[in-house]
Design a protein around this ligand. Structure first.
Ligand code: ADP
Length: 546
């Protein structure tokens, strides 16, 4: 036979076959861990424990039950749940039948959920009692609601059962002996994650088996997982499939420790009890741990690796986490890149830097994952890369096998995101002489005051260093003279003394250029998105109305 891909002597008789070519998929990770470590604890949830053999059987039962109900290739199965075993199992059982998993963000309202279920044409919805109010209201809005199955988790009290039966009863409909197949093509869709939709209806980001397989390996390499790893689920599994750790931890044959809600009073004791080695979370989660009352901060003897991303971690938070016994790895990514796609890779000479210089290095978003083809900072129109001078701003763009297939039923948005053969992140960044990238702002968050660009992140980074400030967010406020001025919203630490705007502005004065100093300071709690990010668009609106 003649090969399509090679020339010359390599063009003949060197073909793909079952012996040397299979579509990449994360499903094989579970099969392998179950066969190599059948008796090892795979999943912990409250007092319940599942070994790898049991975890695998439960996923196969789910696949079989779905298949017997006629769910298969190209169908969507949605799950509305916090970090419980059923959602983890759906990451395997659903794609085992060729269906696509849509993990719903449980902080969304009924209108958004109804939109997503309709847009995704969900055939079957698995939903936890905890979210029954939202789901009942969402289903009531739908003309053709999906089949509903309940998760009746004894750990949670309250809520209502809405569906035709419970998840455990669904599993009993299937058999773990039924055959199942991996994808026939690695480009086949595996998961559908909706963006938060701050600018209209959410967009459905579609992942494929190949990307999920690769990104999971990327996480193992970035975060150092292995079979001794104990991973605490402080990051929602609905968020980019838990940044693909749902597959990565299984691939490493580590232990998943489920957690319904992030509460420092629970997290610290769990770290100690289970010997947690790894966890992930947005900087806001780290901030919550850092500012937990001292009596909740149960100490532990080992170093816990914590990966943070989703927003820039202020260097103050990195050093405070280190003081508590955590080692911080900084990751960057988006829903469109299966979660983290870049990391601030550690350089050994940073060990010699003082805390301030070291955490400033670590606060940069860094370099591409092994599994991403490439990242570049370039002019959004000409696509010309910016010089690596640490000051010229451009748009951060990504390309590779861990960039989404595209947006579901939205070719216009997909084309726009992929123009010029790169995925446009909408983040503005610089590239340093050492090749590391640093995000200065989201394109829509940059403040232009008197013709000068002000990086909101730079001002926030400074405000976080003020001894009384716990959280800070900076946005543009329209101004007749300057065009825009810097407006800061701050939350003070619970034990901080009252301070006023003048004090903060004076404090900023010696530390930052005049045009970057906030003209307005508003005190109070900050509005957060469903994934814990500060809602700058709400603050921008408030700033406009001040
Ligand atoms: P949404 O777009 O709905 O907020 P995503 O999780 O896809 O949800 O958010 C991706 C965005 O989060 C990125 O475009 C970037 O602006 C921001 N982000 C993610 N990680 C980092 C990071 N390490 N540093 C700074 N910003 C980050």
């Amino acid at each position: 036979m003649t090969s399509q891909t090679d020339n010359g002597i390599y063009a003949r008789d060197l073909d793909r076959s079952g012996a040397n070519y299979h579509p990449l998929t994360p499903l094989t990770y579970l099969e392998r861990s179950a066969s190599v470590y059948p008796e090892k604890t795979a999943v912990i949830h409250g007092h319940a424990r599942f070994t790898y053999a049991q975890f695998y059987k439960r996923c196969r039962r789910l696949a079989s039950a779905l298949s017997r109900r006629g769910i298969g290739r190209g169908d969507t199965v949605s799950v509305m749940a916090s970090n419980v075993p059923a959602l983890l199992e759906a990451h395997y059982g659903v794609p085992m039948v060729g269906a696509v998993l849509n993990a719903l963000n449980y902080r969304l309202d009924a209108g958004n959920i109804a939109f997503i279920l309709g847009h995704a044409q969900t055939k079957l919805l698995i939903t936890d009692r905890e979210f029954s109010d939202t789901i009942a209201a969402a289903l009531a809005r739908m003309d053709e609601p999906p089949v509903v199955i309940d998760i009746d988790d004894p750990i949670f009290e309250g809520g209502k059962l809405l569906g035709e039966k419970d998840y455990e009863a669904l599993l009993l409909e299937g058999s773990s002996d039924d055959p199942h197949q991996g994808p026939s093509d690695e480009w086949q869709a595996i998961s559908l994650c909706y963006t938060s939709g701050t600018t209209g209806n959410p967009k459905g980001v579609v992942y494929h088996h190949r990307g999920a397989h690769l990104n999971a390996i990327g996480q193992i390499l970035a975060f150092g997982l292995n079979q001794r790893s104990v991973y605490l689920w402080t990051l929602p599994m609905f968020h980019c499939n838990g940044w693909t750790y749902t597959w990565a931890v299984t691939a490493a044959a580590g232990t998943h420790v489920c957690l319904r809600h992030v509460d420092p009073a629970v997290v610290f004791p769990m770290i100690k009890e289970h010997g947690v080695t790894h966890m992930c979370g947005a900087p806001i989660v780290l901030n919550m741990l850092v500012h937990a009352p001292a009596e909740q901060q149960v100490s532990f003897q080992h170093t816990v690796e914590v990966a943070t991303g989703g927003a820039a971690p202020p260097s103050k938070i990195i050093s405070a986490m280190e003081d508590l016994g955590f080692r911080v790895t900084h990751l960057y990514g988006l829903t469109e890149s299966y979660g983290p796609a870049a990391l601030c890779a550690w350089q050994s000479d940073w060990n010699d830097l003082d805390v301030e210089a070291r955490t400033a290095m670590m606060a940069r978003q860094g370099v591409a994952y092994h599994t991403l083809q490439e990242l570049m900072v370039a002019d959004g129109q000409s696509m010309q890369p910016v010089p690596s001078d640490g000051s010229t701003m451009g748009e951060l763009m990504l390309c590779g096998n861990t960039v989404m297939k595209g947006y579901l039923k939205n070719p216009g948005a997909t084309d726009e995101a992929f123009r010029g053969g790169w995925f446009h992140t909408g983040d503005l960044a610089v590239r340093h002489p050492d090749g590391y990238v640093e995000i200065k702002d989201r394109a829509k968050d940059v403040i232009i005051s008197g013709g000068e660009n002000v990086s909101s992140l730079e001002v926030e980074e400074l405000l976080y260093k003020h001894p009384a400030i716990m959280e800070a967010a900076v946005v543009a406020r329209p101004d007749d003279y300057w065009g825009e001025t810097v407006c800061a919203f701050v939350t003070l630490k619970p034990d901080a003394q009252e301070i006023d705007s003048v004090e903060i502005i004076t404090w900023c004065r010696e530390k930052i250029a005049g045009f970057k100093i906030p003209r307005t300071i508003v005190f109070g709690p900050l509005p957060k998105t469903s994934t814990g990010k500060i809602q700058k668009y709400v603050l921008r609106k408030t700033a406009t109305e001040l």
